[in-house]
Design a protein around this ligand. Structure first.
Ligand SMILES: [Zn+2]
Length: 443
């Protein structure tokens, strides 16, 4: 939440010169200079000079990406990820703000856990990190958490992510309570009476002999969540939408309440065809879906029905993924490969424009958390510098995350995040741009 490594009293100025600056809501789209001063965007324009400059000719400069769905596994499962490595993975992916989910060990359902986490974030995270507290004690969907106290302790929003609330009546009460406490609700939509399998219930599950999860497991819960959001007026965000029908339901309800939604890089780029490998890597929840769902969700993101992308960054140790599908833990790494995968698959594939991708990864989620994802003067200096021409292959040994369970390992990528700045501080610099090795720096 706070700017990393703030050195108070020191006037820090940097001019990034000649990058292609893109910030769709501000109308910025072209070769420009960006001046950063004291942790904020001071000026964007042409011919800006400063005492400290870097030449970013050939690179693109976007507002830093914002990930509203991440599992940094702290507290309790630090062998998979911790705050420092989660933040490093985020920075390596161009993310400058991250929202952490509460399904940890212990669950983030008490003020003392929230305040402990907030302290660790301030000490260990080099990106901004927001805390999600549980909607119900132990994520059990029974007893409401003390949301007002959780908010006072530093919680930003509430969610039963990982499980979802099963009773509509219980969920309705939770929405009303969250609304009165002034906390947004992130909804993981899953009906457990339907989601009894391990992969999407379709031809590939049948061929592989694996128990299927029907799309209705998500769609029924999404419909319930949307109806209750419209009725209660609570601020509700539907996360990881993976089916064409759920996206259409979001479209129907969008203007009937304070409703927003996201989908993930993997649901936009991969399908359940990967189930035929029987590789535990490809188990994820919600599961990978058929082509029609992938394309339907992609169209909904393109058209703004779905507001933005969130990665559901879910690190797992290799012994939890190097297993048959039925036994593997569900989830993929998300931060580091999100932009390259979406750019490579959707933008160069002609399915999504670059401005819409930047809007969906920076501006829209930045508005959702408030005050991020913008390059207007006075905004926090949160920036992603990207080389759209760099080709590289994803290597599991060079991940910043503690884990390596990315479905894109071994895949060729057509763009790379080369620099990330949070509050004016350089938190990722893969080619030593800022130290002058590649482009030169004039101090
Ligand atoms: Zn979830």
């Amino acid at each position: 939440m706070k700017a990393p490594n703030t050195r108070s009293g020191e006037s820090r100025e940097l001019v990034i010169r000649g990058a292609h600056v893109l910030d769709p809501p501000s109308g910025l789209d072209g070769m420009m200079d960006v001046k950063v001063s004291d942790g904020r965007i001071a000026e964007v324009g042409i011919g800006i000079r400063g005492s400290r400059e870097i030449d970013a000719d050939g690179l693109h400069l976007f507002p830093g990406f914002v990930d509203v769905h991440a599992h940094w596994r702290s507290p309790g499962q630090e062998h998979k990820e911790d705050i420092e490595s989660g933040a490093a993975a985020a920075a390596a992916g161009g993310f400058t703000s991250v929202v952490m989910m509460p399904n940890t060990d212990p669950v983030v359902d008490k003020p003392i856990v929230v305040s402990g986490l907030a302290k660790r974030i301030s000490e260990e995270s080099r990106v901004r990190a927001y805390i999600t507290a549980a909607l119900h004690v132990g994520l059990k969907g029974e007893r409401l958490t003390e949301m007002r106290l959780l908010k006072e302790a530093g919680a930003f929003c509430v969610s039963d992510d990982g499980l979802g609330t099963q009773s509509a009546g219980v969920l309705r009460n939770a929405m009303l309570y969250a609304k009165s406490a002034g906390l947004p609700v992130i909804l993981h939509c899953e009906d457990h009476t339907l989601s009894t399998g391990v992969v999407h219930d379709g031809a590939h599950a049948a061929l592989a002999g694996l128990p299927g999860i029907p799309a209705s497991a998500e769609d029924v819960a999404t419909a319930t969540g949307l109806i209750l959001a419209a009725e209660t007026g609570a601020r509700v965000h539907i996360t990881h939408v993976s089916t064409e029908l759920s996206a259409a339901l979001v479209g129907f309800f969008k203007d009937k309440g304070d409703i927003s939604s996201d989908t993930t890089p993997h649901h936009l780029t991969l399908t359940d065809e990967l189930v035929s490998t029987l590789d535990g890597m490809y188990r994820v929840n919600p599961p990978l879906r058929p082509d029609d769902d992938r394309d339907g969700v992609g169209g909904a993101l393109r058209d703004g029905v779905l507001d933005f992308v969130a990665t559901d960054h879910a690190p797992h140790a290799s012994e939890e993924k190097d297993l048959p599908l039925e036994e593997a833990s569900p989830g993929f790494l998300g931060h580091e490969m999100a932009f390259p995968a979406l750019y490579t698959e959707l933008v160069t594939g002609g399915k999504l424009s670059l401005p819409r991708l930047v809007e969906a990864m920076s501006c829209a989620p930045g508005r959702w958390v408030g005050g991020s994802g913008s390059l207007t003067a006075g905004s926090p200096a949160d920036i992603a510098l990207v080389d759209l021409s760099e080709e590289w292959t994803v290597n599991r040994d060079t991940m910043a995350s503690k884990s390596s369970n990315s479905p894109y390992v071994g895949k060729a990528m057509a763009s790379r995040i080369v620099g990330t700045i949070v509050g004016g501080e350089i938190v990722h610099d893969i080619h030593d741009i800022f130290s002058g090795a590649k482009f030169g720096i004039r101090a």
